[in-house]
Design a protein around this ligand. Structure first.
Ligand code: DAH
Length: 338
């Protein structure tokens, strides 16, 4: 090994030591200039190459290149270590308060469904379920709805190409349960329904209902009233009253609509109940004997009552929501209030 080679190797060892000890990027830059700069140690040492015999020159050149490469790599590594240390210091401000993760909440529709189911469960009802894609038999025929009934119109019902449809109410679950069980039957069926409505403050094409059905021997209309009154008390408070009005549904006889007294004004009349003191809730009635015949029950032996309610309607009354569309916009500012 020539003297010059030895000098270069010494410069490498010293240089690496200096780099190792450096504590900031300015120091690293100084070391770089001192070692590898135009007037740096390595350049100065290489000036001696000219005095060497020609056959030694290539070996020296090679050594010089290796030394420079090692020093450059060490300098780069050091800089990146110093950089990430510095970033570590400034990116974590220990004085900042922690960032809270938003936790999801139950949707108001789910709240009302869960509470309604719980109330009916306490009165002996069990939850039943049925498909959202229904056939005409369960959605209409078995519910005694004639072929020319306006609700079957394509304007009101979403039909699929194969003749099936998106159920327009939860009442077909009554049929599915009666087909598969023997009395006594006491079920509630919450779920989605679909109608071709133009959306406005009180209509959406997709909404929810909860259906109720009780079939046994000697079931009477007064029991229906008692069930609905208890439900109203549990859902809206003990001051709420229930009234029945005559109505028509193909699948009940007699049919009625029922109202709850306005929980906002206590029945005196206000803007919520349009000064009437009453709020329309939904329909109900005694199961029509024609429905029993469709599912093979003896109408002489059994009687029953049924009712349906719009979940959105209940939610709007309960939470004072004045536009049904708010329930479906999924605006977190709205949803986080429940
Ligand atoms: N299915 C009816 C509707 O969507 C509501 C209804 C009325 C349900 C009377 C019933 C009932 O169970 O007995 O308008």
């Amino acid at each position: 090994m020539t003297d010059l080679q030895k000098q270069l190797e010494d410069s490498l060892v010293e240089g690496l030591e200096l780099i190792e000890k450096a504590t900031d990027s300015r120091e690293v830059e100084d070391i770089r200039v001192n070692l590898l700069g135009r007037k740096g140690t390595i350049s100065m040492q290489m000036k001696g190459v000219g005095k060497l015999p020609p056959e030694d020159r290539p070996g020296i050149g090679k050594t010089a290149n290796v030394v420079k490469a090692k020093l450059t790599a060490a300098l780069t590594d050091k800089l990146s270590v110093l950089d990430s240390d510095a970033a570590g210091d400034s990116a974590i401000d220990m004085t900042l308060p922690g960032r809270r993760r938003g936790i999801g909440r139950k949707h108001p529709i789910s709240h009302v469904i869960d509470d309604a189911v719980e109330i009916f469960r306490r009165m002996g009802f069990v939850v039943a379920d049925g498909p959202e894609i229904e056939d005409e038999f369960h959605n209409f025929d078995a519910l005694n709805t004639p072929a020319d009934h306006p609700s079957r119109d394509i304007q009101d019902t979403f039909y699929l190409n194969d003749g099936r449809l998106l159920r327009t109410h939860t009442s077909p679950v009554q049929i599915r349960v009666l087909e598969n069980q023997q009395p006594p039957v006491r079920i509630v069926a919450p779920g989605r329904c679909y109608r071709r409505d133009t959306p406005d403050a009180t209509h959406t094409m997709n909404f929810h209902q909860i259906e109720g059905l009780y079939v046994d021997e000697n079931v009477s209309l007064s029991e229906l009233k008692g069930i609905l009154l208890t439900f109203a008390h549990e859902m809206f408070g003990v001051d709420v009253n229930v009234r029945f009005r005559p109505h028509f549904f193909p699948f009940t006889e007699p049919s009625l609509e029922y109202d709850f007294s306005c929980m906002n004004c206590g029945g005196g009349g206000c803007a919520v109940c349009k000064q009437s003191g009453w709020l329309e809730i939904s329909g109900a009635g005694m199961v029509d004997p024609a429905v029993f015949e469709k599912v093979g029950y003896d109408p002489e032996q059994y009687t029953g009552y049924a009712f349906g309610m719009g979940i959105e309607r209940l939610a709007m009354l309960r939470y004072g929501i004045n536009d049904i569309r708010l329930l479906y916009e999924n605006d977190v500012r709205f949803l986080s209030q429940f």
